[in-house]
Ligand binder design. Structure first.
Ligand SMILES: [Zn+2]
Ligand SMILES: [Zn+2]
Length: 346
């Protein structure tokens, strides 16, 4: 089959032919219908080899959806032909965190060598994908796989981050969303569906700010050195109660710190290498800083339910498998508005 692989440190992704995978005991084979292209892949491809933590070549794609094509020995309760979304942050299924469905914080994944598809295990950017366990599948039902595949990360990750701050997102509060790209434009819609907070979106691109307004941001601000002052001005000097930084680079974490109000939550989601200093006097009193990772199994079910209610729709630009390297190039150049999705066979 064809697969999009990251083959050697520092190289661009390539479309290659690899053997067709066969599901082992307990595994499920999906015929991939759609795979999302994520900025974190670009961050991973920029890491030195010794920081990767898994061997190359790697088939990319940690957002996946497809139909059940074959079942490994012993798999029951999954119907051939059913359309499924893949829960990506695989864990052991048995530890204290996995028992709660919090497989994104599995206590044993590292020691057992368990990796998410596309981030260590072979990913969804191929004609077929092996899913290690049926518990990592959520039925899509009548949700379109191309339109909704990105909810498995670009929806689940902001949903989890927002859930952590729900008590602060009361009417009259302000939430700043930094980065109105793949995750940010979904975060804005989730905030509108889940809260009555006022949303201020930041981005470098006027085109993405236009998308932010279209999907529900109340105000938009160009993400430059003056952004925190603009946020203060828009909030009568108070600053924001919640700041979700989907970029996480040094300039945006600096903006996040400077825009925080009293007892704010600063949540750094993006992999941009920025940090927020915490210490007496460095932030407003009782400000909390946190950097979560992805989301839980039950949260993915909830995100797909929100999509079923029509409250979230991903702005999608589609590419064929052959065009995947181009999709990464365009994402890297900041030329994707919304989410790029690979559709094998298109
Ligand atoms: Zn991602
Ligand atoms: Zn576990």
């Amino acid at each position: 089959m064809q697969a999009v692989q990251y083959r050697s440190p520092g190289s661009a992704p390539e479309v290659v032919t690899v053997p067709d995978p066969e599901p082992g005991p307990g595994q499920v084979l999906l015929k991939v219908a759609a795979a999302g292209v994520c900025h974190s892949d670009i961050a991973v491809m920029g890491m030195p080899a010794d920081q990767l933590g898994f061997p190359l070549p790697l088939t990319l794609g940690h957002e996946g959806a497809g139909t059940v094509a074959a079942l490994g020995a012993g798999v029951e309760g999954v119907e051939l032909g059913a359309m499924m979304a893949v829960y990506g942050p695989w864990g052991c299924g048995r530890c204290r965190m996995c028992a709660k469905g919090v497989e994104n914080y599995c206590l044993r994944a590292k020691e057992l060598g368990i990796f998410p598809p596309g981030l260590g295990a072979p990913g969804a950017m191929a004609e077929y994908l092996i899913v290690d366990d049926p518990r990592h599948l959520v039925p899509l039902g009548d949700l379109d796989p191309v339109q909704n595949v990105s909810l498995t990360d670009a929806g689940l990750t902001p949903y989890h981050a927002i859930s952590l701050s729900l008590p602060k997102l009361v009417p009259g509060s302000t939430c700043v969303v930094i980065g109105a790209g793949g995750l940010g434009h979904v975060a804005i819609q989730l905030l509108r569906a889940m809260t009555a907070t006022r949303i201020i979106a930041l981005d470098l691109s006027e085109e993405r700010l236009e998308l932010a307004r279209r999907v529900g941001a109340h105000d938009t601000v160009i993400s430059d050195a003056n952004a925190a002052d603009r946020i203060r001005a828009l909030t009568d000097g108070d600053g924001a109660q919640v700041i979700l930084d989907f970029v996480g680079a040094p300039p945006t974490t600096a903006t996040a710190a400077a825009a925080a109000g009293l007892a704010a939550d600063i949540t750094v989601v993006g992999l941009g290498g920025g940090t927020v200093e915490v210490g007496f006097g460095s932030l407003p009193y009782e400000t909390t800083v946190c950097s979560p990772y992805w989301g839980t199994r039950s949260e993915l079910i909830e995100v797909l339910d929100i999509a079923r209610q029509g409250a979230v729709s991903v702005h999608v630009e589609t590419f064929s498998l052959d065009e995947a390297p181009l999709a990464y190039e365009r994402l890297h150049a900041g030329e994707i508005t919304g989410r790029a999705v690979i559709v094998p066979g298109s």
